[in-house]
Structures are given as structure tokens and as C-alpha cells.
Design a protein around this ligand. Sequence first.
Ligand code: SAH
Length: 252
Amino acid sequence: MLANIRIVLVQTYHPGNIGASARAMKTMGLTDLVLVNPRDFPHPEASRLAAGAEDIVDAARVVGTLAEAVSDCVQVIGASARLRSMPLPHFDEPDEMARDVVAQAADDPVALVFGRERFGLTNDEIRCCSHQVSIPANPDYGILNLSQAVQVLAHEVFTAWRRRPESDFRLARPDRDRRPSREQLGHFHEHLARVMRESGFITQPHARTEAQLQALFARAEPSRKELSLLRGLLASLEQHLPAPPDEGNGEE
Ligand code: SAH
């Protein structure tokens, strides 16, 4: 279960923060570290600050984008000190986030995502997330050091795991109750955008409308079964649309 909980650090500037985050993870039983485009890694400073958690640093995977880091995850929690304009579901209390994450992680991978030291996560990166969480802190100075933010949330997750309810020891959850991965949800949104264009509902790619619909479905938290129902509905609507003028015949 804890093995299904991934920590993702986006474009970390100081290699020491990567090592200190690995140490924070290991103290709380987490092992899966993914680094999105780190500035300078591998680096002796990362190994030095990892202390006894060098194995986590050595096993860290490096990828180019946040989407790649979380495509197989069913829940992606963006940690942010500030509320953004994206109306994603937001956990005001980290312990509520941790209970949900631990329950999801019984069957599928989930991720906690941390931003850059200087400017956190971009709006595009927040869009890769299913939820946001903030660590309540001093309103006059509420921004934690990156690895300390990792420590606080990893501790919440470990506590929720220690206290997980009996029901979490059950057999694997049936498919109809499982949430879709970010990749499956991404395919749904591509399909929805295509039908919106082909039906003339929008005449050109419309990022704002698409973002609003993404936020709507993020709040609805559809299961895999519900998502496949929606895919079926879109496919059926598509069959009744006139073929688009210059698209979709596969010719160069
Ligand atoms: N200067 C950046 C914050 C960088 S701190 C900004 O203004 O957004 C580095 C990362 O630590 C953040 O991106 C976030 O993931 C995490 N973090 C720091 N303080 C946090 C808090 N109070 N709640 C949740 N995450 C926090």
C-alpha cells in the first residue's frame, strides 16, 4: 500500500532538497521517488543530505514532464501553499487528504506532487493534478522548505496508514469502484474535446472551456465504470455527426 504512494518533485533547483526529501520519505515508509526535470541530478549534495536514505535517491526515476510522472496514477495531489484559480477539489486538512490517498493506494498508484523552490507549480502542472492540498501554516509566513513540506505530508500519510480502517484490508476493490488513471481520464478529455469540435459546439480549440470541463469532472470523481459509460455516449454521438472536412482520414 505505501509502495503505491509516489512522491514527485518538479524541477527541483537544489540537489540537497532532493536528498532531504528522500530522507523524509524513508522515515515514513515511502520509497517511490520521481524527479521531473531536476536542475542538477545526480549530485553529491543529494546523496549527502539523504544520509541513510541514499537507496531512495539512487532508485529515483527522472522524467521530462509531470504528465509522464503521474500517467498511471488514479489520484494526483498537488501540494501548494496558495490557492490557484483552477477549481480543483481542495483538501484544507492534510489528514483528510492522507486518509483518501491511503484508501486509493490499496489498489492503484497515487502521487503527491511538490513544486519548485522558487515558484511552485505552474497552472499547467496543477491541471495534471486531481486535487490540491495546503499545509495550514502561519498566514504571515506559510511557505515551508520543499523537503519539510514532503516530511509533513509523508507523516500524515504514514499516520493514516497506521490507523487505516479494517475495510482497507479487504480484497481488491471491484473495477466499478476504482478511479480511472490520469491517462484514461486524459483520453476521455481528448474524446470530449473532439466531439465538441466536430459537433460545432466550439469552432476552434478552446483551452478555457476544456479546462473548465476538466475541473468539473475532477470534482465529480467518476469511477472507471462511469467513465466508460461516458466514452460510450461520446462514441455513439460521434457516429451521428457529419465527417469533419479535413480530419481523420489518416492521409498525409
Ligand atoms: N515559492 C513557491 C513555494 C515553493 S516551496 C510558491 O510561492 O509557490 C516548494 C514546494 O513546497 C511548493 O511548491 C509546495 O509543493 C510545497 N509547499 C511549501 N509550503 C507549503 C504549504 N504550506 N502547503 C503545501 N505545500 C507547500
